[in-house]
Design a protein around this ligand. Structure first.
Ligand code: C2E
Ligand code: MG
Ligand code: MG
Length: 707
């Protein structure tokens, strides 16, 4: 739909042309005001033969030339018509008569508009069954026809009024009247336009640009006598588009349309196109526009900075607590950024959990460092969302203009590179862009693309690290540990690629592969030897996990009680019903659940209360300095005692020395895992170890890690 209001004029035409009659409205000076196609067609004339402003004489000539009214001259017909019209007004002649035009029976009516001209209609009644219809029926028809015209005009979506050269109302429709709340007497033909205006002002009309300017504009439009569109804005917020269409006699037609809603929704659309729907922060488009505007400031010598944010572990929150909470977190983060930045600075949400800030002018990099620290602190404050206490950190990458590039794309790219570094450096950090960061980025890209191809290319393998039961000195379990040997990158540590796989969602298929492969291998082992498998929180979020575990066990023919699933505290972070339900369901299947890396999170103890784990694996950072710090040793002692009272067994991870072994054994730890006993082994070496340690054999020695 065109927005300029030309659709108003179009609407008038459409209404007229859809009428089943020929119709022409004549002015008091005997010129055409309005007519439709069917009117010309009745005389066998082309669509464009008549035009507004054409005089009756000229029209008669055209009609005669087309072969109508044979034997008449222009003058004859002109006199005849006017006489007939006058007599009809006096009531001496009926308003309607029949004539033959081009072999068609035409019923013609005149409808007088006293002192103003007349309306003539032509109805083709050739095909009517009954030519001699009762007078009453004709009258009813006529009334119906007049009503049709008025209804058609009244049903126009817009307000319409026709004004004569003396600035008096010829006709207006009900939309016009109701738009300006005109009383009946001001809707009558002959009403002065100034009276209507006066009434509107009295009735509270307050043009935005003041009454004088408003009237001046109207007068100018009228005197110019050209088609014009006037957008009138009023203090109450109303916006009306007026299309002014002059007529040949000096009068004009106006259509009035209330476009307040239309304008409002246009403004809304404009806003939506440039803002993020969730947080209402500017989006990437508006941010890019703001950067372009900032360019001139940088050229004038101002220092500016682009800060790119990424929420740390947002995906886990989203996946474990659900999208509604994820959205609430994003909104809260947006509010905190807005609150921390200076008012004139632009904060934007670029998508997902990415935000950006255009800061400046700055005195120096120290300003940005301070700002970044404030932002990190603000965002890291715990949030209380729908009964959940959520903690989310952020990493920030910073690029400064003009040092790190003109404002714009380069700066944005460099801030992004700095962000990758910040995340790589342990998150919750900010980093300035430095030359050479591109290489890091390149590496990250290789990781992402390489991972996805890894399964197809058969680049993944598992190694198995034995866990030794201290009481019996026997291998009770092997932990399956993932290895990736990539053609371009070489051997990549899981510490490096697992977080990347988690971020790009690849951990789900990869984790399934690990489950299947590990169960397959374990099924080849004899007796009670168990297999421990690490689960990422991302895998944990879906109920599908249950099916995946069940299928892996079935496929391998492995008894569920030989499978241990290791989860970390981040799984428990989502203390949701669903997490616990999945854990209980797994347990109900007979699978054992271990809490891995115990002690590295901040609320490990509370998780022990939430779920009855089978095993606690004490993180190797506690074992590492056994002997050197008493504090850690006290913790180990406490955890072992706690595990015992809760009926959970304890495993010491990362046992590397005899001293460490002695210490954990002395305090009743059930199991150890570590290089002292064995490094992770290949499938073959693991099988050999089991064989060698079959009942009776002593446990000693160390094996090199496979690969
Ligand atoms: P984790 O589950 O705590 O696994 C134990 C890690 O400690 C392994 O590192 C293992 O090689 C190492 N380790 C064992 N004994 C010693 C020791 O005496 N000294 C030292 N310094 N280290 C020891 P790895 O294989 O590099 O795995 C690192 C982490 O990667 C794992 O920690 C686990 O969180 C993750 N990971 C490994 N495989 C998988 C997997 O299949 N799925 C998932 N989701 N995560 C995995
Ligand atoms: Mg583990
Ligand atoms: Mg561990």
């Amino acid at each position: 739909m065109r927005r300029d209001g030309t659709d108003n004029a179009l609407a008038v035409e459409t209404v007229l042309d859809s009428m089943p009659y020929g119709m022409c409205l004549w002015g008091k000076d005997h010129t055409i005001l309005l007519f439709n196609h069917a009117y010309a067609a009745a005389f066998g004339l082309e669509e464009g033969a008549f035009r507004a402003g054409m005089h009756l004489r000229e029209a008669i000539k055209l009609v005669l030339d087309a072969g109508n009214y044979f034997g008449y001259s222009v003058d004859d017909l002109y006199e005849n018509m006017l006489e007939r019209f006058d007599r009809q007004v006096e009531g001496a002649l009926p308003r309607e008569y029949q004539q033959v035009l081009r072999d068609r029976n035409i019923r013609t009516t005149y409808s007088a508009r006293a002192g103003l001209g007349w309306l003539v209609t032509h109805e083709d009644i050739t095909d009517a069954n009954d030519h001699i219809t009762a007078l009453s029926r004709r009258e009813a028809e006529l009334a119906k026809q007049a009503m049709r015209f008025e209804t058609a005009v009244d049903n126009m979506a817009h307000g319409l009024c026709m004004i004569d050269p003396d600035h008096r109302l010829v006709i207006c429709n009900s939309n016009y009247a109701s738009l300006y709340e005109l009383p009946e007497d001001l809707q009558c033909p002959g009403t002065l336009l100034t009276d209507i205006m006066d009434y509107r002002f009295d009735n509270g009309m307050r043009p935005k640009d003041g009454p004088i300017a408003f009237l001046q504009r109207r007068v100018q439009t009228i005197t110019e006598g050209k088609r014009a569109i006037d957008i009138c804005e009023f203090e109450n917020g109303q916006i009306i588009s007026v299309v002014h269409q002059p007529m040949a006699d000096g009068g004009w037609v106006e259509t009035h349309q209330d476009i307040t809603e239309q304008r409002r929704s246009e403004a809304r659309i404009h806003h939506l196109a440039r803002h993020d729907a969730l947080t209402d922060l500017p989006n990437r488009t508006l941010f890019a526009e703001e950067m372009v505007m900032a360019e001139s400031r940088v050229r004038r010598g101002e220092m500016m900075a682009v800060l790119c944010f990424d929420l740390d572990h947002f995906k886990i929150i989203n996946d474990t607590l659900g999208h509604a909470i994820g959205d609430a977190v994003l909104k809260e983060v947006a509010a905190r950024i807005n609150h921390t930045k200076r008012e004139h600075e632009t904060a934007a949400r670029l998508g997902g959990d990415e935000f950006a800030l255009l800061a400046g002018p700055l005195k120096g990099p120290k300003d940005v460092a301070a700002l970044s620290e404030r932002l990190i602190a603000a965002i890291s404050e715990p949030m209380d969302i729908e009964g959940h206490r959520v903690m989310v950190g952020t990493s920030i990458g910073i690029a400064i203009a003009p040092t790190d590039g003109e404002i714009g794309e380069t700066l944005m790219k460099n801030a992004d590179l700095a962000l990758y570094r910040a995340k790589g450096d342990g998150r919750g950090n900010y980093r300035f862009f430095e030359k050479g960061m591109d290489a890091t980025m390149q590496h990250r890209r290789l990781l992402e693309s390489g991972l996805k191809l890894g399964i197809i290319r058969d680049e993944f393998s598992l190694v198995f690290q034995p866990l030794m039961e201290l009481e019996s000195n026997r291998v009770s379990c092997f932990e399956a540990l993932l290895r990736w040997d990539n053609a371009e990158l070489g051997v990549v540590s899981p510490v490096e690629f697992i977080p990347v796989a988690e971020e790009i969602g690849f951990i789900v298929p990869l984790g399934e592969w690990v489950l299947r492969e590990a169960c397959r291998v374990a099924a080849t082992w004899p007796g009670e030897t168990r297999i421990a498998i690490n689960l990422s929180p991302i895998q944990f979020k879906s109920r599908r996990l249950l099916d995946v575990v069940r299928d892996a066990l079935d496929e391998a023919g492995l008894s569920p009680n030989r499978l241990e699933l290791e989860i970390t505290e981040s799984v428990m972070l989502a203390d949701s019903e669903q997490t616990l339900e999945t854990l209980h369901d797994l347990r109900a299947m007979g699978v054992r659940i271990s809490m891995d890396d115990f002690g590295t999170g901040y609320s490990s103890l509370s998780y022990l209360r939430a779920f009855p784990f089978d095993k606690i694996k004490i993180d190797r950072s506690f074992i590492e300095d056994v002997g050197s710090t008493d504090a850690n040793f006290e913790i180990i002692k406490a955890v072992i005692a706690l595990g015992r009272s809760l009926g959970m067994s304890t495993t010491a991870e990362g046992v590397e020395t005899e001293a460490q072994l002695d210490a954990v054994r002395a305090h009743g730890c059930d199991e150890i895992q570590g290089f002292l006993f064995s490094r992770p082994l290949s499938e073959r070496d693991a099988a050999e170890l089991i064989h060698r340690l079959s009942p009776g054999a002593a446990v000693t020695g160390e094996k090199r890690e496979a690969g």
